[in-house]
Design a protein around this ligand. Structure first.
Ligand SMILES: *Cc1c(COP(=O)(O)O)cnc(C)c1O
Length: 434
């Protein structure tokens, strides 16, 4: 399987030089022309799905991912990469009213981003080892909260890799801040005295700085990497098969969405023949996606801050991927968007324990609310973060403490060390060289 850039026109797509294998697509992150990598096609796996013996998550993941690794030097290592990435439970919990909750939040950072980050780490470290580099790889991550923790946890303790996290001081939750500074060893954490955009600018500036480039071998693990989307398709695929096994019906999936990474993964699984009836995007109050489906015009908007802050996105980065692979008419046949205000998030978090028997984070609350709005039968709601990660919002609403998941509890029991950093490149360089 080959991958090309969303910005290549169809004629240049035929040129062999314009296409790369999965290892290159993942290590490069962004295509040289600034576009995002997409597969040359999505294989139809319907026949293989029917004949599949091992219908566990890992069995489904290996079946789904194999075609994308075909012909790549990493193909023989795919099974090991999958087992390493999916080494925590992802339960599908039946609620009531033909609704199930897919809990993708029992990994080390308690959010679904662990799946993509761990898979990416498995691929990147193996590609790097093959090249037998003598200088360690330095991965720079700017984070507004969830991505940094997932990437740090995925690379923590891996030889030959260092991780540098930059987060905006005072703009992530207290638990997120503690978590980001608690890794130590090969992970260094900086609390930047500014906002998320300043963190991102520092990372970009470092990549362009000759002195940085002379002293470090830099890489990034950012969220538009195809190495994060492909593994996410595997839990959507497994959950749809498992739902059908239990209930005999195809389920629709409802996905809390911001940059559309998780949703594009679900759409890919559906296109490959897994029994996903339709896809509902649950957004927070940011209106870009809902107005796009209403008007047919895609217009990025300034970002609004909401209670579901990991979905505070005005210009979803994976939109370019969706539009390069599907027409609006096709999309409308299987997708709808439900926009959820902060009032509805609050109401849903408050009522969910009684109505659904679940304590939910503000992001998962958007999907639960959307489930109530769309009605009908047979839905899988995607749970994207553990509620204990957003305890300052959730606990006052439900009037009780939320127990920490074990992985997060362990991290929070460690000492946390983040260095305060002014948002300028000279200070950043000096701090890293020290
Ligand atoms: C990142 C994130 C989302 C949004 O996922 P996208 O792939 O960006 O659409 C939703 N919920 C949580 C908890 C997240 O961390």
């Amino acid at each position: 399987m080959r991958f090309f850039s969303t910005r290549q026109d169809t004629t240049s797509r035929d040129a062999a030089s314009a296409r790369v294998g999965i290892s290159a697509a993942i290590t490069q992150g962004l295509a040289p022309d600034g576009g995002l990598y997409i597969p040359e096609g999505l294989p139809d796996l319907s026949a293989e799905i029917n004949g599949l013996q091992d219908k566990s998550l890992s069995g489904v993941a290996k079946l789904l991912l194999r075609p994308f690794f075909e012909g790549d030097p990493l193909a023989p290592e795919l099974d090991a990469i999958v087992d390493e990435a999916l080494n925590f439970p992802i339960p599908l919990v039946d609620l009531k009213n033909t609704t199930a909750l897919l809990e993708v939040y029992w990994g080390p950072s308690a959010a679904f981003k662990d799946v993509g980050a761990r898979f990416l780490a498995g691929v990147m470290t193996r590609v790097d080892q093959r090249q037998a580099q003598d200088q360690p790889l330095t991965i720079l991550v700017a984070t507004s909260g969830d991505t940094g923790g997932a990437v740090a946890a995925a690379f923590h303790g891996r030889p030959g890799v260092n991780v540098v996290i930059l987060y905006p001081d005072g703009m992530v939750s207290a638990r997120q801040a503690h978590q980001l500074g608690a890794f130590g060893d090969n992970v260094r954490t900086f609390a930047v005295q500014s906002d998320f955009d300043a963190c991102q600018s520092l990372v970009k500036a470092a990549f362009q700085d000759p002195e940085f480039r002379a002293n470090f071998r830099l890489s990034s693990a950012n969220s538009i990497n195809i190495g994060r989307l492909l593994p996410q398709a595997t839990y959507h695929a497994w959950a749809a098969l498992e739902y059908k096994r239990r209930h005999g019906k195809d389920a629709g999936v409802i996905i809390p969405s911001g940059n559309l990474g998780n949703a594009v993964s679900a759409i890919w699984a559906r296109s490959m023949g897994f029994p996903i009836r339709e896809v509902v995007l649950a957004t927070n109050a940011n209106p870009t996606l809902s107005s796009w489906l209403e008007t047919g015009k895609y217009e990025p908007k300034p970002t609004q801050a909401t209670l579901a802050n990991a979905m505070d996105v005005g210009a979803p980065s994976n939109m370019e991927r969706l539009l390069a692979m599907f027409s609006l008419d096709d999309i409308k046949k299987f997708m709808q968007v439900v926009r959820v205000t902060d009032e509805h998030i609050t109401e849903t978090i408050t009522n969910a324990p009684k109505v659904w028997g679940q304590v939910v984070c503000p992001h998962t609350a958007c999907a639960i609310y959307a489930r109530e709005v769309v009605g009908g039968e047979d839905w899988i709601v995607n749970g994207t973060a553990h509620p204990a990660k957003f305890e300052t919002i959730v606990e006052p609403l439900i009037g009780e403490r939320v127990e920490l998941p074990p992985a997060l509890a362990e991290l929070l029991s460690k000492e946390s060390n983040a260095l305060a950093l002014e948002p300028n490149l000279d200070d950043f360089r000096a701090a890293l060289l020290r």
